[in-house]
Design a protein around this ligand. Structure first.
Ligand SMILES: [Zn+2]
Length: 73
């Protein structure tokens, strides 16, 4: 199904890329830590999508493996 994949917009540059071409990255949605008061808040992980060029440019390491990806021959 080439050309039929749903288009998503990249998180960083807003470029429209197909879903099967985009990289899934794990980002922290909110994080706050203060050493002086000992306050440490961690919001959790969020999954974002970015285009291959942004992934290469930013050297993203926290890639989430694709699940349910259609097998193509
Ligand atoms: Zn991008």
């Amino acid at each position: 199904m080439r050309g039929k994949a749903k288009l998503i917009s990249c998180t960083y540059c807003g470029r429209r890329v197909p879903v099967d071409k985009a990289n899934r990255i794990r980002t922290t949605n909110f994080r706050y830590s203060d050493d002086r008061t000992g306050l440490n808040y961690f919001g959790g992980f969020d999954t974002a999508r970015c285009c291959p060029s942004c992934a290469r440019h930013r050297h993203v390491k926290n890639l989430v493996p694709m699940k349910g990806r259609p097998k193509r021959r």
